[in-house]
Design a protein around this ligand. Sequence first.
Ligand SMILES: Cc1cc2nc3c(=O)[nH]c(=O)nc-3n(C[C@H](O)[C@H](O)[C@H](O)COP(=O)(O)O)c2cc1C
Length: 260
Amino acid sequence: MYAQRKGGRKMSDKMEIYYFSPTGGTKKVSDIFAAAVGKDVVWHDLRDKQTPTKQPQGELIIVAAPVFAGRIPSVVREKIKTLAGEGKKAVTIAVYGNRAYEDALLEMNDILIQGGFTVIASAAFVAQHSIVPEVGAGRPDADDIKEIRTFAEAVKSSTSAENVHVPGNRPYKPEMNVAAAPLSLPTCTSCGACAKICPTDAISNMDGKMATDAAKCILCMACIHACPKQARILPPPLQEKTDNMLAAFKAARNENETFF
Ligand SMILES: Cc1cc2nc3c(=O)[nH]c(=O)nc-3n(C[C@H](O)[C@H](O)[C@H](O)COP(=O)(O)O)c2cc1C
């Protein structure tokens, strides 16, 4: 796993991390993982529409995605389908909001294996729920950090050349299909931060007001998270419905899972 430079100094190989993190939880987990692996990292933000998804050059490819309704977000699915594995090793990380990750890891692994990668390890880690922050509040916490680091150490020393088995069902759960989008409150100054961050170009300035196309919106919460005036919210009935649906997960602690 290490190349020797001419001068004799050990140089670690490059690790490339493809991640999507609308509200920062997936990035937080990825940062902890990357620091523990200790390789030079090339980061690819899958939200970035301008950055073309390059073919991986590094020896180790990591894909980290949040779980949306037991699946991976469509943005992640479409981008990772374009990666050519050519026998490279990959590791997948699903970050979920303390409810369940269901078919997300399986879907991610299926796509990468079909693209020519060997997926040698996978993990499902918990982070705070991006719609109901009382669910998984404060996670990843100190215990999670230890577990993410242990996973990173195991990945670093893995010699596997086999695809890992992960839980999940085929066909996968039907994709989330909610015809709704966040709203702008009267305190919105139309600064455009929401439109800039939206991964699906669902938000535009229409005659001085921010308008959101619900058909394009994937409810990723990036715009709500990015609004400097806290002027973006989910439609109250949808927020209330989700709060109620997740009420049982506020007090519960779901665990991280790793697979080799
Ligand atoms: C639209 C949507 C659907 C979600 N579905 C699930 C789910 O099925 N299970 C779960 O445990 N968490 C779910 N979550 C929570 C996220 O997976 C979790 O908060 C994750 O950390 C978000 O990643 P981010 O902070 O990188 O945006 C969902 C969040 C959103 C926005």
